[in-house]
Each structure stands twice: as structure tokens, then as C-alpha cells.
Design a binder for this molecule. Structure first.
Ligand SMILES: [Zn+2]
Length: 477
């Protein structure tokens, strides 16, 4: 892969745009902080997931093999509380939200990670226990009040990722209820003493449950090894989560944890911070139910540079619908070539366009310039079609192939939208089939499956209703 023109990408650790060089020549090991599964993710979360997906797709487009791990945080205060309130086991409760995550991510065309470790999977709990033991051995952790804490004084580099911001926070760190258990206010919990009724795991240093930061370090080290290439997350995770991940991982292994940190900025809705109380809080499903196409939503989320705040507006969505529609209209007229193997354009103009596209994304993922090349190719293809000149046939096909190649990175054109909930015998039969499958799932107490079926139908505009006489269905307006 030495002949590749290198990607230059901002590294949050240095604060600079740097040449991205994975440790192994052709492979990128990538870790993504996933959702804490006590609620359905909102479009702010999916801005980050789509941003990371774009980076992964571009690396794959350039020829790298990407190994991606994305965790689910399925044990913390919120998941435990939620499961208790729902009267479900923690496992069942969090499984439901994991299924919903997959439904939303699939709808948006986010490529699936290769591993989705859950913090409570036994092999990762074992890895967390080993990590804490190692930190205790090395004097970087201490036991207090039944919990184990990380000793920040044992890691002099603490604060490198989030920089100056952390100094103020450390000095003014809020005094927690368990403050008196800690040597220093900034020390953070690795392993928590549990209260009655909370999920608890045995460990040589005392029964308890893992802290959030510990979970990600253990899962990342277990599946990717230390010194992996790329760690991604929303900008809000920089401090304390990622700072703590670095500290505990490097204190345990004595090696650099991650080569390159990638953070996506926040999403605003109509210029304001998204919040339930402002009524501007959306999930992917809610927007799709409203009739927004998943392609337009993905386009809007993917078309703003990852380091800029993304202002999500209705106008922006309409523009996205139009942009996607224009490209799809062209592609519908020019069928995909059946030629196999990588696309190598003969036309120098097409080659130059693809080169500029790659250069734009090599430049710290400049998506605006890259999209400009998509629309440049669109104009060339449309002009060719309008000339209706037989000799232009090959040219049009090449421009369309170039758009399809660029779309491997953006993933927004020719997307499968939500299936049309049209009437007809087939649909009725299909829904009856789903109702039977859901009933069977409930009989074998597979509520996650049952709920996933309900959600999938709901996403298509079909609501199920359970009555004493069985399940009926109706169309949502
Ligand atoms: Zn994490």
C-alpha cells in the first residue's frame, strides 16, 4: 500500500492534521465507542456513527482492510435503573436497544462493525478483571470502600488528549458522594462496589461491577491489541471518557494505547442544542416515519465536515432530498455496468475527477469538495445524455460509474429506502407471517426478537396491537 496517496487526518491527541499511518501496512484497526443501551440513539449519536462510517468507507475505498470494533455499554447506572423500572433482566432490557440501534444504523447504511462486544459478555468481564489486577500490581490503582480507583497521580501524561480544559476541571472537580473514598478528587472508579440487587461479578479484589471507562479499554485491548490505529467517538467523550481510557490502558500495558484519535462534533437542531424539553429531539425512526427518506437523512449527516457542528434543519433535509433525487434520476437512466473488477476509467476527464475526489478526502475528509466532484460528474453525464450523441454513450457510462465509485464512500445514492407500505395481498400475507413469528418468539420468551419485529413493521408504517383475541395490525397515518 506504499503507493497510496496518504490520508491526512486531524489527530485529537496532537491537535494537528497528520499523515494517517496505520501500524500494519494494509490494515486499519478501528475502535468506536458505541451507545449506552438504555434508550434509542438520537440523530446526534448517528451524526457521529455516520461520520465514522464515512471515514471507514474511505479507508476501504483506498484499499485498506478495516477491522472495526464497536462496543455496547450494557451495564451502568442508567441501564440498571431502566431494567429495574421495566421489570426486565439487564440482558433483555439492553438487548432491545441494541436491536433498535442496528435497525437505525442499517436504515442509514452504516456498515456493520466486525465485532460488537457487550461489556457484560463473560470474556470481557474477565478481561476487565485482569486489567484492574494489573493496575493494582503496578500501583496505578487502589482499593477503597469496596471499590477500586485509578490513581491519576500514577500517570503523569494525564490530560494530553483534552488539554487545558482538563486542568480547570481537575482543580474544580465536583465533590462526589463517594469523594471521601478517593485519594484525590480526580481519581476515577475502575470497579464499583455494588448495592443490593445490582448486577455483580466476582473478582479477586472484591465483587462489584465495572466502570464505564474500564469497559472500553478492556474490550479494545482484547480485540485490537495495544497501539491500534484509530479510536473514534463523539467530541463529548474526549473528557473524561477517552482521557481515562488512555490513562488506565497505558498505565497497565506501558505502551501507547492508540495512534490516532478521531472525534466528531455535535449536532444542533435548527441552531439549538437538541433536548427533549425543547421538543427538538429526534430518532432516526421518528424522521423516517414522518416520511423523511433515509437517504436524505444520511446525506445531511454525511455532508458536513466532521469537525464542524452540524445544524440539522428542515430546509437542509429538503435540499438533501433534492440532491439525492437528482443523482438517483441519472443513475436510474444509466444501468450499472456488468463488468467485474475495479473500475478503471478510460476517459482522462473521469480519471481526473476521481483523483480530485480522493485528494479532497485525503485533506482531512473535506466532504464539501468531494461532493462537488460528485455533482461535477453528474453534470458531465447529464450533458452527455442531452446531446443524444451515440458516441457519448461510453462517456455517460463512465461518468455514472465514477459516481457509483464515489458513492461507495458516501453511501447515499441508490439506497434502499423504507419499503412502500402499499396495499395488496402480498403485504397482508407478509404481515400475518410476521405476527405469527412474533407470537412464537414471545412463547419462547425471546422478547428481543418479538420487539424487533414490532419495530421493523413500525418503521414501515405498520402498527401492531395486542388484544385479548390476538394481535391485529393497522397502518400508521
Ligand atoms: Zn468508550
Amino acid at each position: 500500500m506504499s503507493d497510496l496517496r496518504p490520508l491526512r487526518l486531524r489527530n485529537s491527541l496532537s491537535g494537528r492534521v497528520e499523515r494517517f499511518d496505520p501500524a500494519r501496512p494494509d490494515e486499519v484497526r478501528m475502535y468506536t465507542c458505541g451507545l449506552t443501551v438504555y434508550a434509542r440513539g438520537h440523530i446526534g449519536n448517528f451524526r457521529t456513527f455516520v461520520g465514522q462510517d464515512l471515514l471507514r468507507r474511505f479507508l476501504e475505498w483506498k484499499g485498506y482492510r478495516v477491522l472495526q470494533v464497536q462496543n455496547f455499554t450494557d451495564v451502568d447506572d442508567k441501564t440498571i435503573r431502566g431494567a429495574g423500572e421495566a421489570g426486565e433482566t439487564l440482558r433483555d432490557y439492553t438487548t432491545r436497544f441494541i436491536e433498535l440501534y442496528h435497525a437505525d444504523a442499517d436504515a442509514l447504511g452504516v456498515r456493520r462493525a466486525h465485532h460488537y462486544p457487550r461489556a457484560t459478555d463473560p470474556e470481557y468481564i474477565a478481561a476487565m478483571v485482569r486489567l484492574v489486577e494489573r493496575l493494582l500490581e503496578r500501583g496505578a490503582a487502589y482499593r477503597s470502600g469496596g471499590s477500586v480507583y485509578f490513581r491519576i497521580a500514577a500517570y503523569p501524561d494525564y490530560g494530553r488528549l483534552s488539554g487545558a480544559a482538563v486542568e480547570g476541571r481537575l482543580a474544580g472537580a465536583r465533590v462526589d458522594a463517594d469523594e471521601y473514598d478517593k485519594e484525590s478528587a480526580a481519581d476515577f472508579v475502575l470497579w464499583k462496589a455494588t448495592e443490593d440487587g445490582e448486577p455483580t461479578w466476582d473478582a479477586p479484589f472484591g465483587a462489584g461491577r465495572p466502570g464505564w471507562h474500564l469497559e472500553c479499554s478492556a474490550m479494545a485491548l482484547e480485540l485490537l491489541g495495544s497501539g491500534f490505529d484509530l479510536h473514534c467517538g463523539g467530541v463529548d467523550l474526549k473528557f473524561p471518557h477517552h482521557e481515562n481510557e488512555i490513562a488506565q490502558s497505558e498505565a497497565a500495558t506501558g505502551e501507547p494505547f492508540v495512534r490516532h484519535w478521531f472525534h466528531c462534533e455535535h449536532l444542533l437542531v435548527e441552531g439549538r442544542k437538541m433536548s427533549k424539553s425543547l421538543g427538538n429531539h429526534f430518532t432516526v425512526r421518528e424522521l423516517i416515519e414522518e416520511g423523511v427518506s433515509s437517504a436524505a437523512l444520511r446525506y445531511l449527516l454525511a455532508s458536513v465536515h466532521y469537525r464542524k457542528q452540524l445544524n440539522f434543519t428542515r430546509d437542509g433535509l429538503r435540499q438533501a432530498e433534492t440532491a439525492v433525487g437528482r443523482v438517483n434520476a441519472l443513475l436510474a437512466r444509466v444501468p450499472e455496468s456488468s463488468a467485474s473488477g475495479p473500475f478503471v476509467p478510460a476517459d482522462p476527464g473521469v480519471r481526473a475527477c476521481l483523483d480530485r475526489f480522493e485528494e479532497a478526502l485525503n485533506d482531512d475528509l473535506n466532504v464539501s469538495r468531494a461532493l462537488a466532484e460528485v455533482f461535477f460528474a453528474l453534470r458531465q453525464a447529464n450533458q452527455g445524455l442531452n446531446r443524444k450523441d451515440a458516441e457519448d454513450g461510453a462517456g455517460v457510462a463512465e461518468w455514472a460509474a465514477a459516481i457509483r465509485s464515489m458513492n461507495e464512500v458516501f453511501g447515499v445514492f441508490e439506497m434502499e429506502g423504507a419499503p412502500d407500505p402499499s396495499s395488496g395481498e402480498d403485504l397482508v400475507e407478509e404481515i400475518e407471517g410476521w405476527i405469527r413469528e412474533r407470537r412464537d418468539a414471545r412463547r419462547r420468551r425471546d422478547y428481543a426478537r418479538a420487539d424487533a419485529i414490532r419495530e421493523q413493521l413500525r418503521a414501515r408504517g405498520i402498527a401492531l396491537e395486542d388484544t385479548p383475541d390476538g394481535t391485529t395490525w393497522r397502518r400508521l397515518d
